[in-house]
Design a binder for this molecule. Structure first.
Ligand SMILES: Nc1ncnc2c1ncn2[C@@H]1O[C@H](COP(=O)(O)OP(=O)(O)OP(=O)(O)O)[C@@H](O)[C@H]1O
Ligand SMILES: [Mg+2]
Length: 511
């Protein structure tokens, strides 16, 4: 009786999830400090906050991934204690992780039904049925990915779609999406938003974490903001604005979002002529000058990453010529590229950029060993100094440099990768999607870092899928579509998003 009146007093019956006073501690870190979060059926509830604010942590509590917590959790009106992922899935909560957890050597269908593959009468896996069920799920989200494809052959965007299909397969009441769109193509984002709208109309509750504020205004009903492990506010989307939300997230007005510095461009640092590589790079030519940020804009899959990987020697190319400071060079592998003063900050940070079980310090030092030895001789204190400076300038949120990178929040892991390349003695630096998954405040820090490099006369390439960022940061812009450069803008003054989009969508071409 008492419990009933308690419920009446503080919550409606349509709150499917009600979490209160939730505290989570890790060694040296209070990840969540008595926070509140609630969701009703049939709503899309956005969760916002800077990198390390505690968004993933609270969702891991709700999904049963992290079972060490303090506080009260009610599910459809009943107080519950969360013990495991399995139990939460059965209750109706599933989560799509920010860091994907697929097994690369298995097929798409096996990944979706891992641990619950349909079996036939004899008890062995019923492959036909499994493939059929997987196909139906993929069709329901308009995906043309083959259910039989090995996950290793998929792009990051496609893997994310598999995670979504998998979550849907659990028939959950609450579906948590932790930065689902950070690697999706426009088309995939559109179909995801359609799926979300459908889930909403069928009274599912969707919890949506994203650093892309525009998305939240497109699909969200309410939004909760955390800052530094603390609950700040919950608002109805229609009563708030991007500026309000940014202020709540960072606790101050954000100055300029795209600080631009003007430099006079110098010599051509890198020139690429008629580069061809497989199906993804078809005759690409461009040049990059010192003291300039050259932007590469294109939709996901337009061949930008493949182009950069080929230039950097990470993948072999079929034909073409690369010139550094006017001289033709042979770049057979990444080591050649590094020796020639190039650096590539990859888009797929988890697989290519970081060693997760190693500390923040070791990850930063690994790329900088030469540098540190050169300037200081290899001494531990000097190393600490250098790393400390990087982690400070990038605002990496970590209790110490000894923390294992795998314990950092998603966005902070990305900052480590960037820090790792920052002070490298490179003259030509390729940033592939440098701000993906990074919060608004830290983005500005990264732009400032690029600007400082530009002022030092370095040649910078920035590959980006975000138009405002490309327009706001780059001095020259190449637009790619289906493996080709469809346009080069030597001047960005007066350019609009539309001007660029036409070429990115392949509606026009004019090099
Ligand atoms: N397993 C862990 N061990 C130690 N610290 C952790 C662990 N998991 C998270 N943390 C810390 O808890 C804090 C909150 O992290 P969380 O992953 O929830 O942030 P987030 O809001 O999801 O950030 P992002 O936008 O970068 O993904 C961070 O300081 C993080 O370093
Ligand atoms: Mg996170």
């Amino acid at each position: 009786m008492h419990e009933h009146s308690f419920r009446r007093r503080i919550m409606h019956d349509d709150y499917v999830v009600w979490m209160d006073g939730i505290t989570v501690m890790f060694p040296g870190v209070v990840a969540l400090d008595k926070v509140h979060f609630d969701v009703v059926s049939g709503e899309v509830h956005a969760l916002l906050g800077e990198n390390g604010a505690g968004k993933s942590t609270i969702m891991k509590v709700l999904a049963g991934v992290n079972t060490v917590y303090d506080g009260k959790i009610f599910f459809t009106g009943q107080e519950i204690t969360v013990h495991s992922v399995h139990e939460q899935r059965k209750r109706g909560v599933s989560i799509i992780f920010q860091e994907m957890n697929l097994l690369k050597n298995l097929t798409v269908a096996e990944n979706i039904f891992l641990g619950r593959q349909p079996v036939d009468a004899a008890g062995s896996i019923d492959w036909k049925k499994m493939f059929r069920n997987a196909r139906a799920l993929l069709d329901s989200i308009d995906s043309d990915i083959s259910e039989k494809a090995p996950v290793s052959s998929l792009t990051i965007g496609q893997m994310q779609m598999i995670e979504i299909a998998k979550a849907l397969s659990f028939k959950s009441e609450v579906i948590i999406m932790d930065e689902p769109t950070s690697a999706l193509t426009e088309k995939e984002v559109d179909s995801l938003f359609k799926i979300i709208a459908k889930l909403k109309s069928e009274k599912f509750a969707v919890i949506y974490i994203s650093h892309r504020l525009e998305e939240i205004f497109k699909i969200g009903d309410r939004v909760t903001v955390f800052r530094d492990g603390k609950y700040i506010a919950t608002e109805k989307i229609k009563n708030t604005s991007i500026d309000d939300l940014v202020k709540l997230m960072v606790g101050r007005d954000l100055s300029e979002q795209y600080p631009k510095v003007s430099c006079i461009p110098g010599e051509t640092a890198l020139e690429v002529r008629n580069l061809k590589q497989g199906m993804r790079v078809k005759d690409v030519s461009f040049y990059v000058r010192n003291g300039e940020i050259t932007g590469f804009y294109g939709l996901m899959g337009s061949g930008r990453t493949e182009t950069m990987r080929a230039v950097f020697g990470a993948d072999k190319f079929d034909s073409g010529e690369i010139l550094i400071r006017g001289k033709p060079v042979q770049i057979r592998n990444c080591k050649d590229a590094t020796n020639r003063g190039m650096a590539l900050l990859t888009e797929d940070r988890k697989n290519q950029g970081l060693i997760l079980p190693f500390s923040v310090k070791d990850n930063i030092v690994l790329a900088n060993l030469n540098n540190i030895m050169h300037y200081f001789g290899l001494s531990a204190t000097k190393e600490d100094m250098v790393c400390g400076r990087f982690s400070e300038s990038m605002h990496i949120k970590t209790p110490s440099l000894k923390q294992k990178v795998k314990n950092l929040s998603g966005g902070n892991q990305q900052k480590v990768v960037i820090a790792k390349w920052l002070n490298r003695d490179a003259d030509i630096i390729i940033f592939d999607e440098p701000t993906r998954g990074i919060d608004v405040g830290a983005k500005v820090e990264i732009y400032k870092v690029m600007n400082r490099m530009k002022e030092k006369g370095k040649a910078i390439i920035m590959v980006s899928s975000e138009l405002p960022e490309t327009l706001g940061v780059a001095d020259r812009i190449y637009v790619m579509h289906e493996g080709k450069i469809t346009k080069c803008f030597d001047e960005t003054k007066g350019l609009t998003e539309n001007d660029i989009m036409k070429y990115a969508a392949g509606l026009e071409s004019g090099v």
